[in-house]
Design a protein around this ligand. Structure first.
Ligand SMILES: C[C@](O)(CO)[C@H](O)COP(=O)(O)OP(=O)(O)OC[C@H]1O[C@@H](n2ccc(N)nc2=O)[C@H](O)[C@@H]1O
Ligand SMILES: Nc1ncnc2c1ncn2[C@@H]1O[C@H](COP(=O)(O)OP(=O)(O)OP(=O)(O)O)[C@@H](O)[C@H]1O
Length: 291
């Protein structure tokens, strides 16, 4: 096989709780992750010429070793002493630095794809063990679907699938550093922790309104006071009929869950018209785990 084309899916966090901080600065988390049908197209071509070439439609992304897709390719080329090279084309649609694991899912696709085209024989577990070296969200991006993530995000347990619904994504035009958000959380007292067990109960019974009511993200307590537009977007979505709306990951992207697609489209239009977020997309829960 000389080349492979993959869809690198974005994620949302239906629930995100932080339990504590480790010596190395990373945090123990308890999160419910969900893939959505918003993706980057990732093409990997095997070349006789050694080296890694990254091509992307976004001029502002690094194309050298600072691109996480480059790091993923370098890791496998080195470990398996591969003498050939790769050209990786990233056609990006997932908002960048958004809390949607855009980079992590590109890295996951590169690990998965190179394992195939070079016949490395790695299992999913083997790919995930390499993924965690690149970032906390990468193992999940290899697994996909509805998943409980613990540890620093790499201890993964499959959950019953999220019931189908419409998802509205809106990313306000601000950048948030994941590291800064986690660090700022350490200084906070009296945090309002979400009830992740309740969320899991909702998934077990397949009750969408119950799931929506149990959503919660402790990182909102840091990011929203810094960027009140996040709260404004949440309110627009709820007013328009969302079952619930919440920030994903460390932000600033907000997602809303809707039973009614027309309501989601109306909210999208309003959010765009009010210039709260230009990047606003109506999409769905992604039902399969296939990468
Ligand atoms: C916010 C989430 O996206 C939720 O899914 C993840 O927890 C973050 O995952 P990620 O961006 O893949 O994280 P990494 O690239 O590994 O780490 C970025 C930074 O976030 C902080 N970080 C990340 C994960 C974690 N469990 N604890 C942390 O404190 C660390 O300061 C780290 O330097
Ligand atoms: N392939 C890539 N796609 C997107 N960003 C990348 C990529 N490689 C490196 N980056 C850099 O990584 C930073 C974070 O981007 P990314 O979109 O992965 O963040 P994120 O959505 O917050 O991810 P997460 O939810 O995993 O924290 C950006 O500033 C970007 O310059």
């Amino acid at each position: 096989m000389r080349q492979i084309e993959l869809k690198a899916l974005a994620k949302i966090n239906l629930g995100l709780d932080v339990l504590g901080r480790r010596e190395n600065g990373y945090h123990d988390v308890r999160m419910v992750m969900q893939s959505i049908y918003l993706y980057d197209d990732v093409k990997i071509e095997r070349t006789k010429k050694p080296g890694i070439e990254i091509k992307t439609n976004l001029y502002f992304l690094p194309v050298g070793e600072n691109n996480i897709a480059y790091k993923a390719a370098a890791l496998l080329l080195e470990e398996f002493r591969i003498k050939e090279g790769v050209i990786i084309t990233l056609d990006k649609h997932i908002p960048v630095a958004a809390g949607m694991a855009g980079g992590s899912s590109n890295a996951a696709a590169v690990l998965f794809g190179m394992n195939r085209i070079f016949g490395l024989g790695l299992s999913q577990k083997g790919l995930m063990a390499r993924g965690i070296k690149l970032g906390a969200d990468v193992p999940y991006c290899i697994m996909r679907g509805t998943v409980l993530a613990e540890g620093i995000g790499e201890e993964l347990t499959e959950l019953p699938p999220m019931p189908k619904c419409t998802v509205l994504i809106a990313k306000p035009p601000i950048s948030v550093s994941t590291k800064t958000v986690y660090e700022a959380l350490d200084a906070r007292k009296g945090l309002n922790h979400p009830d992740i067990n309740r969320l899991i109960e909702g998934l077990e019974t397949g009750n969408l309104p119950y799931i929506a009511s149990a959503m919660g993200n402790v990182l909102e307590e840091v990011t929203i006071p810094l960027h009140p537009v996040i709260e404004e977007i949440k309110n627009e979505m709820k007013t328009a009929g969302a079952l619930n709306a919440m920030m994903s990951g460390s932000g600033p992207t907000v997602f809303g869950l809707f039973e009614n697609k027309t309501q989601a489209r109306k909210a999208q239009e309003k959010i765009r018209n009010k210039a709260l977020a230009k990047q606003a997309y109506v999409t769905n829960i992604h039902g399969t785990r296939r990468i």
